[in-house]
Design a binder for this molecule. Structure first.
Ligand SMILES: N[C@@H](CCC(=O)N[C@@H](CS)C(=O)NCC(=O)O)C(=O)O
Length: 235
C-alpha cells in the first residue's frame, strides 16, 4: 500500500493559489499537488466542480479526515491552522485579530486588487477597456494597502508576535502590486513587512510553485506574460 500524505492540493500559480502552498511549506507539511491549468479550463470540469462548486482554485482534500474537502483560500488556511495547530494563536484575542486581518484580505485586498488585475491584465488586452473601473480598483487597492501600512507601524506581523495565516493570505496579494499596477511608494511599513517575508526561504519556495511566475512581481518578459495570461481567459 502506498502511503499518501493527508493533504491533496489543487492549485495554480496565483495570489490565492499560493496561500496554502505558503502554509504547507512554512509548516514543513508533506502534501500532494495537482496543478490546475486555466488554459485547459481544468477548474470548470464536472469532477473539479464537485470539489469546488465555484470553479476556482485553491481546493484541498484531506485524506486523513475522510477525504474532507475545503474550498475558499481563507477557509483552507483556517482549516490547516486548526488541523496542524500552526500559524494561528491559541489565545482568543490574538486569534480574533488574526482572523480579522484574514477577513480584511479576503473581503478587501483580494477582491479589489483582483479586479484591478482583471480589468488591466485580462479585460483590456482582450478588447474591453473600462478606464473608470481601472481607476476605481487601483484607487481602492492603494487605499487598502495604506490601511495595512498604517497598521504595520511598530509591528512586525499583521497580528500577534508571529508570522500567521493573516500574513500568508495578504502577502501574495500585496506583494503583487506590480501586476495590479498599484503604487506602494511611501508605504514604508508595508515595504519593511515585504522585506521580512521576502527573506523567508520557505515562503519564497512556495511562490515558485506549481511553476514560477516572475511577471506577477514585475520581472521577466512582462509583455509576453500579460498576453499569455489574457489568452487563458478568452472564451
Ligand atoms: N474567494 C476565492 C477566490 C478564488 C479565485 O478567484 N481563484 C482564481 C485564481 S486567484 C481562479 O481560480 N481563477 C480561475 C477562473 O476565474 O476561472 C478564494 O479565495 O479561494
Amino acid at each position: 500500500m502506498t502511503n499518501h500524505p493527508d493533504i491533496h492540493l489543487y492549485t495554480a500559480n496565483t495570489m490565492n493559489g499560493w496561500k496554502p502552498l505558503i502554509f504547507l511549506h512554512e509548516g514543513d507539511i508533506e502534501y500532494e499537488m495537482t496543478p490546475i491549468r486555466f488554459e485547459n479550463k481544468d477548474q470548470k470540469t464536472p469532477a473539479y466542480l464537485k470539489l469546488n462548486p465555484n470553479g476556482r482554485i485553491p481546493t484541498i482534500v484531506d485524506r486523513g479526515n475522510d477525504d474532507f474537502v475545503v474550498f475558499e483560500s481563507g477557509a483552507i488556511l483556517l482549516y490547516l491552522a486548526e488541523k496542524y495547530s500552526k500559524f494561528l494563536a491559541a489565545d482568543t484575542k490574538t486569534r480574533s485579530q488574526t482572523i480579522q486581518w484574514l477577513m480584511f484580505q479576503m473581503g478587501g485586498v483580494g477582491p479589489m486588487m483582483g479586479q484591478a488585475m482583471f480589468f488591466q491584465r485580462i479585460a483590456r488586452p482582450n478588447g474591453d477597456d473600462v478606464p473608470y473601473a481601472i481607476k476605481r480598483y487601483i484607487y481602492e487597492s492603494r487605499r487598502l494597502l495604506g490601511v495595512l501600512d498604517t497598521h504595520l507601524e511598530g509591528r512586525e506581523w499583521l497580528a500577534g508576535d508571529d508570522y500567521s495565516i493573516a500574513d500568508m493570505a495578504t502577502y501574495p496579494w500585496a506583494r503583487s502590486y506590480f501586476w495590479a499596477n498599484v503604487s506602494v511608494d511611501g508605504l514604508d511599513n508595508l515595504g519593511a513587512w515585504f522585506d521580512r517575508i521576502n527573506a523567508r526561504p520557505k515562503t519564497q519556495a512556495a511562490l515558485q510553485l506549481p511553476e514560477p511566475r516572475p511577471s506577477a512581481f514585475g520581472k521577466g518578459d512582462v509583455e509576453a506574460a500579460v498576453a499569455a495570461n489574457a489568452a487563458r481567459f478568452r472564451d
